[in-house]
Design a protein around this ligand. Structure first.
Ligand SMILES: Nc1nc2c(ncn2[C@@H]2O[C@H](COP(=O)(O)OP(=O)(O)OP(=O)(O)O)[C@@H](O)[C@H]2O)c(=O)[nH]1
Ligand SMILES: [Mg+2]
Length: 216
């Protein structure tokens, strides 16, 4: 039980490392470990949530300015060689945001294409967490992404972010409204999580959800 890669220990109990930034589909790594991706509008808090999950503040770069993450950034738990018989149990993939970003239009279009192509065509992608800002709820471009995932039959779960920015009483109401909006969506996991990376709220529940999704 005390082997280096003890499968019973939480994968979030160990250090994580950045392994690769992918600027276009042709640079994707060969399909290996199960991938769990974080998608959402620019500035929703994708990179901050990954940092909170792995307990390492500076791992994924974050910024006040929308458009910080510009590639598909791969993170894995440390301590695996990456050889076929010693692959990490999962990789977390931080994505560029969709929607508005403070960057030239061609660049934003290129990121959006990369995000959409990856989400619809990656066989090792097991679960997508679609992040929704608790202050804004589901917007039109989120609906487009959910429809794409439904069509591609990629399992996803909605995660509300920045709940510290709204009144506590608003959270259950928003969860109920969001559940109502996704109830007819075939690939949506019928439970909505709420988080604050800033305060650490909901992070442990999200860790458990990810481990369950990957082990299934
Ligand atoms: N109050 C609060 N602020 C947060 C939270 N999570 C992220 N932020 C802030 O929101 C801003 C955007 O966070 P990022 O994690 O960079 O967002 P992102 O979705 O990765 O953004 P892009 O890479 O640009 O698409 C930063 O200023 C964060 O500090 C949170 O839970 N609460
Ligand atoms: Mg980011």
């Amino acid at each position: 039980m005390s082997g280096k890669n003890n499968q019973n220990a939480s994968v979030f109990g160990r250090p994580w490392i950045f392994i690769r930034g992918v600027p276009a589909m042709k640079f994707l790594p060969p399909e290996g470990p199960t991938e769990v991706a974080f998608a959402g509008r620019s500035n929703v808090g994708k990179s901050s949530l990954i940092n909170a999950l792995v307990g390492h503040k500076g791992l994924a770069r974050t910024s006040n300015t929308p458009g910080r993450t510009q590639e598909l950034n791969y993170f894995v738990p440390d301590g695996y060689s990456g050889e076929a018989d010693d692959l990490p149990p999962m990789a977390l993939v931080d994505m560029p945001g969709y929607g508005y970003a403070q960057a030239p239009k061609e660049q934003v279009d290129a990121w959006t294409k990369l995000v959409f192509d990856y989400l619809r065509g990656r066989s090792t992608l097991k679960r997508v967490y679609v992040l929704i800002d608790a202050r804004h709820g589901i917007k039109k471009n989120d609906e487009e992404v959910l429809s794409l995932l439904d069509k591609a039959a990629v399992s996803y779960q909605i995660v509300l972010t920045k709940t510290d920015k709204i009144k506590a009483a608003g959270v259950p109401r928003l969860i109920a409204e969001t559940l109502d909006k996704i109830k007819k969506r075939p690939a949506a996991y019928p439970e909505v999580l709420s988080t604050s990376s800033e305060k650490g709220a909901g992070i442990e529940d999200l860790r458990s959800a990810i481990e369950q999704a990957v082990l299934r």
